[in-house]
Write a protein that binds this ligand. Structure first.
Ligand SMILES: [Zn+2]
Length: 314
């Protein structure tokens, strides 16, 4: 039972996290009354970090800060890319001037200075210039020196390979424009790379309809998961029309990619990028738990975020 609704019985879950959102699109406080205890903002202007970090309500937000991109690269010029959400990083000099901070170090330090805890890089070969390997390596090294994981948007041929070879920690989307071969999936899983699902956005709002991008993503994620890869639930909230809170269609698509109920819950309850869960809050899902995988999404959609102390184990 729980304090606000005494007598309700149901299931207690750890806090729920959407690992890919954009508060610059949905609003800095738009998720305040949802079941989400945590979100990871993967691209926003630095003034949004300042504004949101002055406010201590739930959900807890971890930030990437601005997209780091090659000069003229994605997402510059996209209609949704609000001013200041992307920062161009010029190529590493490569001339041995090792004592000066490199453009990569300066850009990473700037994000950290505004409170970012992860670094986001755009590797979109379908939409403009992309970092060369030397510059990408410099960004990854600068982030790792500061204890910050690197998340990459990969899109276009060869971009998954570039991210794996450069030691990128997390992919912001399941790759959806190319088939990732089994050898590369094995390398990604061996390195501990995590993939944020975002399957719903690859379906362009038609999750039950086959489409080339959705089907590539489902096939890639199915094989990544089967190979032991770590999947994080994420919606890219702000991209297209999605509910605020848990998106049941994303849950259904994770099941279509071969994740069982416990795998789906592991993906949505993973505290990444935090090492530990916040145990002051918990998730309460009223009613009996689902008996089939088909019912998981509608059950999870009724979840509520509650103070852990209000729950009593029966
Ligand atoms: Zn995004």
């Amino acid at each position: 039972m729980n304090g606000e609704h005494p007598g309700d019985t149901g299931t207690r879950l750890p806090p729920l996290v959407d690992h890919h959102v954009h508060l610059m699109i949905v609003g800095a406080h738009a998720l305040a009354d949802t079941a989400l205890a945590g979100v990871v903002d993967l691209g926003a202007p630095l003034d949004l970090l300042t504004e949101r970090r002055a406010h201590d309500g739930l959900p807890h937000v971890e930030f990437a800060g601005t997209f780091l991109t090659a000069p003229g690269g994605y997402p510059i010029g996209r209609p949704w890319a609000v001013p200041g959400c992307a920062r161009e990083v010029s190529a590493a000099a490569g001339d041995g001037r090792g004592s000066l901070p490199s453009p990569a170090e300066t850009a990473v330090s700037e994000q950290q200075g505004f409170g970012a805890s992860v670094i986001k890089v755009a590797l979109n070969a379908a939409a403009g210039p992309v970092f060369d390997r030397t510059t990408l390596d410099a960004i990854v090294a600068a982030a790792h020196e500061r204890g910050m994981p690197v998340v990459a948007h990969v899109e276009g041929d060869g971009m998954t390979r570039l991210a794996v070879e450069a030691g990128v920690d997390v992919l912001a989307h399941t790759p959806f424009t190319e088939r990732v071969d089994d050898e590369l999936i094995a390398r990604a899983t061996a390195s501990g790379q995590r993939w944020i699902s975002t399957l719903f956005v690859t379906s362009h709002g038609e999750p039950t309809e086959p489409s080339p991008e959705r089907d590539l993503a489902l096939d890639n994620l199915r094989r990544f998961h089967a190979a032991g890869g770590r999947v994080l639930y994420g919606t890219d909230l702000g991209n297209g029309d999605q509910p605020l809170g848990v998106n049941p269609a994303e849950v259904d698509l994770l099941a279509m990619a071969g994740l069982g109920a416990s795998d789906v819950l592991a993906a949505i309850c993973d505290p990444w990028p935090q090492a530990e869960r916040d145990d002051a809050v918990a998730t309460f899902v009223p009613g009996p738990p689902p008996t089939t995988l088909d019912d998981l999404a509608s059950w999870l959609a009724t979840a509520r975020l509650v103070p852990a102390e209000e729950l009593e184990a029966l």
